[in-house]
Design a protein around this ligand. Structure first.
Ligand code: UD1
Length: 364
């Protein structure tokens, strides 16, 4: 009674969420895990480097959708994935995170009566200006199984009227990748390659449309980074969206001409996490880095007015900040100290999901 399970991988943050589950399912005699890459991220350093780092095979199915407007991307993925679903009819589709492909594949599958599980369900920023918030709301309201990373996720879903039997707190799957990859991350020498001593630098990532798509905001952010870099050197791997806007707004020189800011191309998982492991602090608008720094006990300022991951603030090392207050935000979060990781952030989420699936498929 082989069960075919599609794992949807679309954009960079999805890859470390499907990897632990792929590896865990591959060990199960009853499971046939199939990786479906929608093509939302396609550059080598946004996609293939991650597959290699995480020991994933090449995708079994590639939809090849690529970049576009929200509707183009979402619609493109729905149309292409529906064709695959007609042909294959998997026993389960697992979607992760909150990118356009997450919502698109969920809609395509649910409408064909194919069971969908959302891993990392229930997160809410309550900010509908974020495309991800819309994707989370759509996905969670129609998926069959909602697997949450933290208790706040359960509460959000219950408040949205989801029945409790659909919700299970499974923990944080990203931490599984981190735990699994820690020896390989330590063995990587990215920090040495950049000539940086442990604890001597900050790491920066910025790519949210609200931060990088408007000239004034992006300029303000660059100026804030300039002020910080005078005291502590910064490493800034630049996301393609951010690079595109820095260039089109004529702001690149603010970063490229600053000797205290090291700019790099987007890095693979091992190289990037090697830098994170030994940094003094992170400044970011990423969802994943808020969680990784909380797990590692590294101070993090999130340059956003809200977060869908409040547990990283209440039980972690994260605070929300602004470009105007960045220096004092950093001081505040550094002086706050560390706590132990939230419940279920223990590297065993994939194991718990496999147990759930066994019950689901074979006990009923
Ligand atoms: C997407 C997700 C976001 C996630 C982020 C991680 C949505 C709505 N957004 O945002 O939640 O945090 O991925 O990176 O799904 N591009 C390349 N090469 C690539 C991919 C993209 O050059 O491999 C460029 C294209 O010019 C593209 C732009 O980056 O238009 C943005 O890519 P897109 O996938 O639309 O959104 P992200 O900003 O990456």
């Amino acid at each position: 009674m082989m069960k075919t399970i599609h794992l949807i991988a679309a954009a960079r943050p999805n890859f470390m969420k499907i990897a632990p589950l792929y590896h865990a399912l591959s060990k199960e005699p009853w499971a046939n895990p199939v990786i479906v890459h929608t093509g939302q991220h396609y550059d080598k350093n946004m996609f293939l480097d991650f597959f290699r780092d995480l020991s994933l095979p090449d995708p079994h199915i590639s939809l090849g959708i690529g970049s576009g407007t929200h509707a183009e991307q979402t619609g493109g993925v729905m149309i292409a994935y529906e064709k695959v679903l007609f042909r294959e009819r998997p026993d389960l589709v697992v979607v992760v995170g909150d990118v356009n492909s997450t919502a698109a594949c969920t809609m395509a599958a649910v409408k064909l009566g194919i069971t969908v599980a959302h891993l990392e369900a229930g997160l809410r920023s309550f900010d509908r200006n974020m495309p991800e918030e819309i994707n989370r709301m759509v996905t969670d309201s129609i998926a069959d199984y909602l697997w949450t990373p933290s208790r706040d996720g359960d509460e959000n879903l219950l408040k949205a009227g989801i029945r409790p039997e659909h919700i299970t707190m499974v923990g944080n799957i990203m931490i599984d990748s981190l735990v699994m990859m820690t020896p390989a991350i330590r063995a990587e020498q990215e920090r040495e390659r950049l000539g940086l001593a442990p604890g001597s630098y900050g790491i920066i990532t910025l790519h949210r449309p609200s931060n990088v798509d408007h000239r004034e905001t992006l300029e303000e952010l660059c100026l804030a980074l300039e002020r910080i870099a005078k005291k502590v050197p910064l490493v800034f791997p630049i996301h393609p969206r951010t690079r595109k806007h820095l260039e089109s707004f004529g702001l690149s020189h603010l970063l490229t001409e600053n000797p205290d800011i090291i700019l790099t191309e987007p890095l693979g998982y091992k190289a990037f996490m090697n830098l994170v492991f030994d940094c003094r602090f992170a400044i970011t608008d990423s969802g994943g880095l808020q969680e990784e720094t909380t797990y590692l006990g590294i101070p993090c300022v999130t340059l956003r007015p809200n977060t869908e991951r409040p547990v990283t603030i209440t039980q972690g090392t994260n605070i929300l900040g602004t470009p105007q207050t960045l220096e004092s935000d950093l001081r505040a979060v550094i002086s706050r100290g560390t706590t132990s990781p939230p419940e279920g952030w223990d590297g065993k989420t994939a194991e718990r999901v496999v147990q759930l699936l066994k019950k689901l498929f074979f006990v009923g």
